[in-house]
Design a protein around this ligand. Structure first.
Ligand SMILES: Nc1ncnc2c1ncn2[C@@H]1O[C@H](COP(=O)(O)OP(=O)(O)OP(=O)(O)O)[C@@H](O)[C@H]1O
Length: 585
C-alpha cells in the first residue's frame, strides 16, 4: 500500500516522511496526554490537590499542544495529498503519452479516466483523512501499554500481545475484500465506458434499436457493477465485523484480567490503593482500545485506496515505446520498410508479413488493396504508433526506433480517416499543425484544402467554433480542416489515409491539385480510393493479406493480370471511369 503511494511521490519523498513523523509524534503526544490522567487520579485519591492541579494543568497544556499538532499534521497531510495529485497526474500523463496507440482501447481509456479523476482524488485525500488517524492510532496504544504495564504487568502483557495480533487481523481483514474491490473497480470502469458509448452512439442506437433496446449494453454493465458492489459490501461488512471483534476481544481479555486482579486483592484483604489502580487500569484499557477501533474503522478506506493505487501501478507498468539513448537524425525524406512483420497482439495473426519497400525522397506512392489488407497498419508503423515485430522501418536511413519522438514527429505529417478536431475554432485546429502560423498562412492553407468558400460563408470565418470532435461540421468539412492542418505543418513526409474519401467532387479536385503541387517536394504515401489520386502516383503498391502482391508503375501493372487490374476493373464498373495516367514511371 505504502510502496505504490511512495512510488507516486518520488523522487522527493522528504515531505511525506516529515508528515509521517509529525503524525507519529501526534500519536505519541496523544498517548502521553491520556497517560497523564493516571497521576491526576492518584493525587486526587491521596488528597494532594496541589499536585493533582499541577498534573491537570500539564494535561490541559498537552491537550492544547495536541490540537496545534493535529492542525500542523493535517496541513502537512493536505500538502502531501496535493503533491501526490499533481505528481501522479503529471507522471501518468507523461507515461500515457509514450504508450503505443494500440493501448488506447475504449476499456483502457475508461480506466484511465476513472483513475485520473475519481481514483487520484481519493488517493490524494489519504494522508489527511486516513493516514493521520491510522498512524497516530497505531502509536498512541503503545504509549498506553507502558502505563498499563506500570499499573499491572499482567494487563500490560495482554495489551502488548494484542498489538501485533490486532495488526495481523487488520491485514487479513484487508485482504478479504481485495478481489471484490478489484472487480468493483473494473466494473465501474466498464460502466463508465458504456455510458460514454451510449451517449456518443445515440444515432446508431436509435436507428438500429427502435424497439427501445438501445440501453441494453449500458443496463448490462450497470447490473454487473451492482452485483460486484453487492459482493464488495458483503466482504466489507465481514472485514469490519472481524476487526471490531478482534478489538472487543482484547478489551474483554483486559476486563477479565482486571477482574482476576481485583479478586486476588479481595482475597488478600482489600487495599484502597489497589482498588484505585484497578479503576485506573480499566480507564487505560478503554483508552487503549479507542485508537485501535479507529484504525479498524479505516481499513475499508485503505483498501479502496489500494484499489486505485493498483490501477495506477497497472497503467504505469505498461511498457512505453522505448526512446533511444543516443538519438539519430534522418539524412533525407526517404521511407524504407525492411522485411517488416507485425501483429497487433501476440495471440493474433501477423497483419503485415515480410514487407520490404523503399520510397525515395519526393516520391509519391499509392497503397492499394482490399479492406483489411494492411494499408493503414503500414502507415501506423511508419509513424511509429507501434514497433515492428521483425525487420525495421527507416526514415532518412535511420530506424524509427533510433529517432527521438520529436524528431520523428517533425518528419511526418498525416491525414487519417478519423482525424479528430479539438474544441476550438477552425483556426485553432489548423494551427495545431504549426502553432506559430499567422492568420494569412492559416487562410492560405485553408484555401489549399478547399475550405476557403466555406469559411467565407461563416459569419465568424476562421474563428468559428467547431464543437468537440468537430460536431458542428459535416464529415467533409472536418476532413478538409484536417487536411489544412496536415499541410500547414510542412513536414517532408506526408501520409494520407483515404484523405479524399469524404470529399465532394469539387474538393477532390482541390486536393488532387494540392498533391500535384507537393509531388517531388514531399514524400507522399497515400492510401487512395480515388482513382484520380492513384493516377498521380509515381509507384503503386498492391497489398494482399499483409504482403506486397504487386509493385510498380501504373503502366507496368495495368496490363498485368492480378489484383491491380481487378481493382481497376471494379472501379471502372462502379464509376464508368477511365484511367489516364499522367506518369508512366
Ligand atoms: N487495433 C487493432 N487490433 C487488432 N487488429 C487490428 C487492429 N487494427 C487493424 N487490425 C487488423 O489488421 C488487419 C489490417 O488492418 P488495416 O486497417 O491495416 O487494413 P486496411 O487495408 O487499411 O483496411 P481498410 O481499407 O478497410 O481501412 C485487419 O485484419 C484488421 O482487422
Amino acid at each position: 500500500m505504502l510502496k505504490p503511494f511512495l512510488h507516486l511521490i518520488s523522487p522527493d519523498r522528504t515531505a511525506f516522511w516529515r508528515y509521517a513523523a509529525m503524525a507519529a509524534g501526534y500519536g505519541l503526544l496523544s498517548g502521553v496526554v491520556i497517560v497523564a490522567q493516571v497521576p491526576i487520579f492518584i493525587w486526587l485519591f491521596l488528597g494532594d490537590m496541589q499536585r493533582a492541579a499541577l498534573w491537570l494543568l500539564a494535561m490541559i497544556a498537552g491537550c492544547i499542544a495536541c490540537w496545534a499538532c493535529r492542525r500542523a499534521v493535517d496541513k502537512a497531510g493536505v500538502g502531501v495529498g496535493l503533491a501526490v495529485l499533481g505528481e501522479a497526474r503529471q507522471r501518468i500523463g507523461d507515461h500515457v503519452a509514450r504508450l503505443p496507440i494500440g493501448w488506447f482501447t475504449p476499456e483502457n481509456t475508461a480506466r484511465l479516466s476513472h483513475v485520473i479523476t475519481h481514483g487520484m482524488t481519493e488517493v490524494a485525500q489519504l494522508p489527511a483523512h486516513v493516514f493521520t488517524p491510522v498512524l497516530s492510532g497505531a502509536v498512541t496504544p503503545v504509549v498506553v501499554v507502558g502505563a498499563l504495564t506500570a499499573l499491572d504487568w499482567r494487563m500490560g502483557l495482554i495489551a502488548l500481545v494484542a498489538l501485533p495480533l490486532a495488526t495481523v487481523m487488520f491485514l487479513l481483514a484487508g485482504c478479504l475484500g481485495r478481489d471484490a474491490d478489484r472487480a468493483f473497480h473494473a466494473r465501474a470502469s466498464e460502466t463508465g465506458q458504456r455510458a460514454v458509448e451510449f451517449a456518443q452512439a445515440q444515432s446508431v442506437l436509435r436507428a438500429f434499436n427502435g424497439n427501445g433496446d438501445a440501453t441494453r449494453f449500458l443496463e448490462q454493465a450497470i447490473d454487473r457493477q451492482a452485483r460486484s458492489a453487492y459482493r464488495l459490501i458483503l466482504r466489507s461488512v465481514a472485514s469490519v465485523v472481524l476487526n471490531s471483534w478482534m478489538v472487543q476481544a482484547v478489551f474483554a481479555a483486559l476486563l477479565v484480567a482486571a477482574a482476576f486482579w481485583l479478586h486476588d486483592d479481595l482475597m488478600a484483604g482489600v487495599d484502597a490503593r489497589s482498588t484505585v489502580a484497578v479503576i485506573l487500569s480499566l480507564l487505560m484499557a478503554a483508552r487503549f482500545i479507542e485508537p485501535l477501533l479507529d484504525v479498524a474503522g479505516y481499513g475499508e478506506a485503505l483498501r479502496a485506496a489500494r484499489g486505485h493505487l493498483e490501477a495506477v501501478e497497472a497503467i504505469l507498468a505498461v511498457t512505453p515505446l522505448p526512446e533511444p539513448v543516443s538519438p539519430e537524425l534522418p539524412v533525407d525524406a526517404s521511407v524504407e520498410l525492411c522485411d517488416v512483420a507485425f501483429r497487433y497482439a501476440p495471440d493474433q495473426p501477423a497483419v503485415i508479413d515480410g514487407v520490404s519497400l523503399r520510397i525515395e525522397p519526393g516520391q509519391m506512392v499509392a497503397l492499394v488493396g482490399a479492406s483489411g489488407s494492411g494499408k493503414t497498419t503500414i502507415m501506423k508503423l511508419v509513424s511509429r504508433f507501434f514497433d515492428v515485430e521483425h525487420g525495421s522501418v527507416r526514415i532518412g536511413g535511420v530506424d524509427v526506433r533510433n529517432m527521438s519522438s520529436e524528431a520523428l514527429a517533425g518528419q511526418i505529417s498525416q491525414i487519417f480517416q478519423d482525424s479528430y478536431l479539438f474544441r476550438g475554432s477552425i483556426a485553432d485546429n489548423i494551427r495545431i499543425g504549426c502553432p506559430k502560423a499567422q492568420d494569412d498562412a492559416v487562410r492560405d492553407f485553408a484555401g489549399k484544402a478547399g475550405i476557403a468558400e466555406m469559411i467565407a460563408r461563416l459569419p465568424d470565418g476562421l474563428d468559428t467554433p467547431v464543437g468537440e470532435g468537430g460536431v458542428r461540421l459535416s464529415g467533409g468539412e472536418r476532413q478538409r480542416i484536417a487536411i489544412a492542418r496536415a499541410l500547414i505543418k510542412d513536414a517532408p513526409i506526408l501520409l494520407i489515409d483515404e484523405a479524399t474519401a469524404a470529399l465532394d467532387a469539387e474538393n477532390q479536385a482541390a486536393i488532387a491539385s494540392t498533391l500535384t503541387r507537393l509531388r517531388g517536394r514531399r514524400t507522399l504515401i497515400v492510401i487512395a480510393h480515388q482513382l484520380s489520386t492513384i493516377a498521380q502516383a509515381d509507384r503503386i503498391v498492391v497489398l494482399d493479406e499483409g504482403r506486397i502482391a504487386q509493385h510498380g508503375t501504373h503502366a507496368e501493372l495495368v496490363n498485368e493480370p492480378g489484383l491491380y487490374a481487378d481493382f481497376l476493373a471494379r472501379r471502372k464498373a462502379a464509376k464508368g471511369w477511365t484511367f489516364h495516367a499522367r506518369h508512366s514511371g
